[in-house]
Design a protein around this ligand. Structure first.
Ligand SMILES: Cc1cc2nc3c(=O)[nH]c(=O)nc-3n(C[C@H](O)[C@H](O)[C@H](O)COP(=O)(O)O)c2cc1C
Length: 177
């Protein structure tokens, strides 16, 4: 199984990137790749000049090759971060659309509410892409700064159990493709 992990945070010590790695671990046997969203800002003039930047072509090829996608996003001012929206805008400029039908699990970690609101805005942002997003209760890890141990694994068994269940559902969807 090819898994593509997409973190909405570019920060080296991002808790969402840690959550992504933990999700991949709990997914079980797979070949994971982590997307690099450090892309130029979408600009129609740039697109007219060079077409899709190489980094976007790489990202879209990774999406196409993925059996399943996991997106972990922080919440910035009650929304997904600009880096994630910018990536989606670039992705949308390709033909065929690489995200169509892809099984996607979304999650977040952040402050007191775990960035749960950002997940609703991510679902909204993904709507035009016709992905196969897993539905159900949001998986949001509150107080991300203290939610992981020194091995970057989730401290609370409750979190690990919920994420394991979500990853089992993602595997089932990936196998159905
Ligand atoms: C610009 C900015 C806006 C933020 N807005 C929110 C917010 O609306 N709600 C929230 O729960 N946390 C908010 N936070 C806190 C982030 O969710 C928190 O720092 C998170 O851990 C960042 O994710 P990362 O560790 O993956 O980089 C904000 C942080 C930044 C930098």
């Amino acid at each position: 199984m090819n898994i593509l992990g997409i973190s909405g945070s570019l920060r080296k010590f991002s808790r969402n990137t840690a959550l992504l790695r933990e999700a991949v671990r709990l997914f079980g046997p797979s070949t994971p790749i982590y997307a690099d969203l450090n892309l130029p800002l979408y600009n129609g003039d740039l697109e007219d000049r060079i077409g899709l930047p190489d980094a976007v072509k790489t990202l879209n090829a990774q999406i196409l090759a993925a059996d399943a996608i996991i997106i972990a996003t922080p919440e910035y001012n009650k929304m997904i971060p600009g880096v994630l929206k910018n990536a989606l805008d670039w992705i949308s400029r390709d033909n065929p659309q690489p995200l169509v039908g892809k099984p996607v699990a979304i999650m977040s970690t952040g402050g007191r509410f775990g960035g749960e609101v950002s997940q609703f805005t991510l679902r909204h942002a993904l709507a035009p892409f016709n992905t196969n997003i897993l539905q159900g209760a949001a998986f949001a890890v509150a107080n991300g700064a203290s939610a992981f141990d020194e091995n970057e694994q989730l401290v609370l068994p409750l979190h690990a159990a919920a994420l394991t269940a979500l990853m089992a559902r993602l595997r089932t969807e990936a196998q159905r493709q």
